[in-house]
Ligand binder design. Structure first.
Ligand code: PMV
Ligand code: MG
Length: 331
């Protein structure tokens, strides 16, 4: 039995950005290194007479009657209901903090974040403990049922709220099993992924540059996927493992080398990745103690940089500004 929903709960989820392993992680068993970005969305959930779902992305609310704009939120509700094995009580769920400005998204994982957020809100409200592992599986299940073509690396990072290495699972196989197994059976089997928090001891600043040009990962993946070669996979995997080792051992030169390698790989994968602004974002590192690269699918959204002294940080940010790239976050 579901416990009576508590009066009012607020939960939040953040965003993510790829440091390394974009596109290769789409192939099961490959690894990506993904940074948690603490720019948050929040959800307020409370008891209600009838279900009302509201997101500040849209100027209207819905109930559980399918609505395309609310599909991620509604499908997360459906997943949670299947997980509980009984109907959800009527709830008022309100989501705020769209990860965008003036209608242009930051590109730090808002669609994955909203699914995790909805599941977390339901779990908190109905006092169901969800482990990180179950939360990741439920969020992945929700997206797989929608036919999502991503690696689920975004979900791994957003669920763990940490810098993580993520080894991807075979989504086609799990999607097939969705039709053959009950959800509880599916949650019990090993999907074959690995999510491990990475502890960095490297002395560096991590910077996020926002191009203010929105790119749609799903479309980028469709365009680029067929160009992913086994050479791309093997060389990127070595570089991703090097980048992880570099952070864990504080090896600046190894980090620079490995991120340069993945950046070169991305550049040769498809000309659609390094659009003009992302080229400028990368070029801003020239002559500095720094390394910059495109992050995620490319084609717009964000890039990242590590800088290793104050002057390099300042000059890089200045060059970004001149190129119309906004410093979205730094740590
Ligand atoms: O652009 P983003 O941050 O959504 O990253 C996409 C990364 C890809 O490897 C290209 C796709 C994926 O889902 O892993
Ligand atoms: Mg993107």
């Amino acid at each position: 039995m579901l416990k009576q929903s508590v009066n009012q709960v607020t939960v939040k989820t953040g965003g993510k950005l790829y440091i390394a392993g974009e596109y290769s992680v789409l192939t099961p068993g490959q690894t990506a290194l993904i940074q948690f970005i603490p720019i948050f969305m929040s959800a307020e959930i409370k008891k209600a007479q009838t279900t009302q779902l509201t997101s500040d992305m849209f100027d209207y609310s819905v109930d559980r009657e399918p609505d395309v704009n609310y599909a991620l939120i509604q499908d997360a509700l459906n997943t949670f209901e299947a997980y509980c094995g009984e109907n959800l009580p009527a709830l008022d769920l309100s989501i705020t903090g769209k990860l965008e400005r003036d209608g242009v998204k930051f590109g730090i994982g808002s669609s994955g974040s909203v699914v995790v957020l909805t599941l977390k809100a339901l779990a908190a409200s109905l006092q169901k403990d969800l482990s990180k592992d179950i939360l990741f599986k439920l969020a992945s299940y929700t997206l797989l049922k929608q036919g999502d073509n991503g690696s689920m690396g975004d979900l791994a990072c957003i669920v763990y709220e940490d810098l993580v290495s993520y080894r991807s699972f075979d989504r086609a196989k799990i999607a097939e099993l969705i039709d053959q197994m009950t959800l509880s059976e599916l949650l019990e089997i090993d999907w074959g992924y690995r999510i491990s928090p990475v502890v960095s001891v490297l002395k560096a600043r991590f910077l996020v540059g926002w191009t203010k040009q929105a790119a749609i990962s799903k479309d980028m993946v469709k365009m680029v996927k067929s160009r992913i070669s086994s050479k791309y996979l093997s060389e990127t995997e070595v570089a991703v493992q090097d980048a992880i080792k570099a952070l864990e051992t504080g090896n600046k030169n190894l980090l620079k080398r490995s991120l340069q390698t993945v950046s070169d790989q991305l550049e040769s994968l498809s000309p659609d990745i390094y659009v003009d602004k992302l080229k400028k974002l990368k070029e801003a590192e020239q002559g500095l103690d720094a390394i910059a690269k495109s992050s995620g699918a490319g084609g717009g959204d964000c890039g990242i940089a590590f800088t290793f002294d104050q002057a390099s940080r300042d000059i890089l940010v200045e060059r970004w500004q001149q190129a119309g790239i906004e410093l979205l976050y730094e740590i």
